[in-house]
Write a protein that binds this ligand. Structure first.
Ligand code: G3I
Length: 442
């Protein structure tokens, strides 16, 4: 009996102590083959390579970075044909030196265009300053120059950003009005010619949930692009969410729809804002809910092989676009607080990635052993031809759900109610080898 208790204690041990580990998000994410990243804004430039907390958090936790603003049209080509790469070069050099991947954001957008492009609109309507040919040539030069400069150093490009309206129609940006809808296809072709190895994305907000007018429109458009052989690798779901207001199953359904047409659907600008008045009333509950929301977003990546990148829009509440954008109604959207302390959301992401890394490691052991794990309905059947086995099953919180009493060749576990989302199975073989496997329930 004592031995059994010890076994249980030992098996729960890693689940209870993971949050105290010194490991980081990217440490575990890499074991799960997931990119976990953050956007970096103006604070990056006074912090990078200084060993400041800001610098160390990026270095330790993220394996992919995105410039929040520094590659937008107005910043990088402020006057026609004159490119200012000073900011983008610093970030690219940092990423190369620190072996981080990069997402380039963004080559073509209706917003943050320089005055010389904006001059082509009067009250939002194209005014004849540019002909179709001249604007095509401007966009082609812009895309070709930037993508060529960073060829091999920027792995993802948000080629076109926010091209759709809520009703599913194409947004009447200057590009759409003067060039026509083909500006999207052309932008992807030019980017692909400049760096055929870079992955190219159409990035947008409010396209995460399956079935809305806007997400249907984006899906159908991307399907059309694939049919026209346009080089698109994926869509970016921005994921600017409000706490406790995320429809995971609709997002999951949508990601799977993209998988069915061979397209990635990745998470590019995640933040989960909290209403300030709610935070002031009960910050602990709000932060716990937010942590669960972030955890579920990681699960979407585990559940979908075409969703292997998750990027947050910043990482500290000190620098977030949310308070300003929402007139201070919302805040606290990121995973570190204003003093760079990790929030519960950070721990929940770390925990989830840790658990994922266990199953990633142990799937290798599974392949080489005679152990088989089958899931049929609400039953889990574990058997081994050669080994005697015993096992324990835990829920996400490390609580023991099942413990086999003796070593046998086959164990059948029936749970009346499978816990939602995730359980961890720990099997001990007769040679004392331990196999841990994560099972995700929809
Ligand atoms: O650079 C100027 C500075 O010179 C000037 O003194 C200052 C005065 O307001 O403004 C500075 O520019 C601001 C820029 O951020 C850099 O801080 C702009 O006014 C401000 O509008 C801009 O906001 C950015 C916004 O995109 C518009 O470009 C946010 O930081 C950035 O988080 C946000 O990011 C977007 C993504 O690109 C696309 N998806 C949505 C996401 C959130 O809106």
């Amino acid at each position: 009996m004592k031995k059994q208790l010890l076994l249980i204690a030992l098996s729960i041990y890693p689940l209870l102590t993971y949050s105290q580990t010194q490991q980081s998000l990217s440490f575990y994410a890499e074991k799960c083959s997931i990119n976990v990243g953050a956007a970096v804004g103006s604070a990056f430039y006074s912090n990078y390579n200084t060993n400041s907390t800001y610098d160390l958090i990026i270095k330790r936790n993220f394996n992919i970075l995105v410039p929040e603003n520094e590659m937008k049209f107005a910043v990088i080509e402020p006057t026609q044909g004159n490119f200012d790469f000073s900011k983008s070069d610093q970030l690219v050099n940092y990423a190369v030196a620190n072996r981080k991947s990069l997402r380039g954001h963004t080559l073509c957008w209706h917003s943050r265009n320089p005055a010389w492009i904006e001059a082509g609109l009067t009250n939002g309507i194209a005014n004849g300053t540019f002909t179709r040919t001249s604007l095509m040539s401007i966009l082609k030069n812009h895309i070709t120059t930037i993508v060529t400069r960073y060829k091999g150093k920027i792995q993802h490009w948000d080629v076109v950003n926010e091209a759709f309206n809520t009703d599913g129609t194409l947004r009447t940006s200057i590009w759409q009005q003067v060039i026509g809808n083909e500006y999207i296809d052309s932008a992807f072709v030019w980017a692909n010619r400049a760096d055929p190895a870079a992955k190219l994305y159409l990035n947008d907000f409010s396209v995460e949930n399956y079935g809305s007018a806007k997400s249907n429109a984006l899906f159908n458009y991307v399907k059309g692009m694939k049919n026209r052989n346009i080089p698109i690798n994926g869509v970016g779901f921005q994921c600017h969410f409000i706490v406790n207001n995320i429809q995971y199953s609709k997002i999951d359904q949508n990601i799977k729809a993209y998988a069915s047409i061979g397209v990635e659907a990745i998470i590019t600008e995640l933040d989960i804002r909290i209403k300030k008045t709610d935070y002031e009333t009960d910050s602990a509950t709000q932060l716990a809910t937010q942590a669960e929301n972030y955890r579920q977003m990681i699960l979407l990546c585990f559940n979908n092989s075409n969703c292997k990148t998750i990027v947050t829009w910043g990482f500290t509440d000190l620098y977030s676009w949310i308070p300003n954008f929402t007139s201070n109604v919302y805040d606290y959207s990121l995973i570190f607080d204003r003093s760079y302390n990790p929030k519960p959301a950070y721990s929940s992401m770390l925990n989830e990635l840790y658990l994922g890394s266990l199953s990633a490691n142990n799937s290798i052991i599974n392949d080489n052993s005679t152990l088989r794990v089958k899931e049929i309905g609400n039953k889990i059947i574990i058997n081994s031809d050669m080994d005697m086995i015993r096992c324990q099953l835990f829920d996400i919180h490390g609580r023991l759900l099942f413990n086999s009493s003796s070593s046998v060749k086959e164990i059948e576990i029936t749970l009346n109610k499978m816990p939602l989302s995730l359980i961890v199975l720990r099997v001990q073989l007769s040679n004392e080898q331990v196999v841990v496997r994560k099972i995700i329930k929809q």
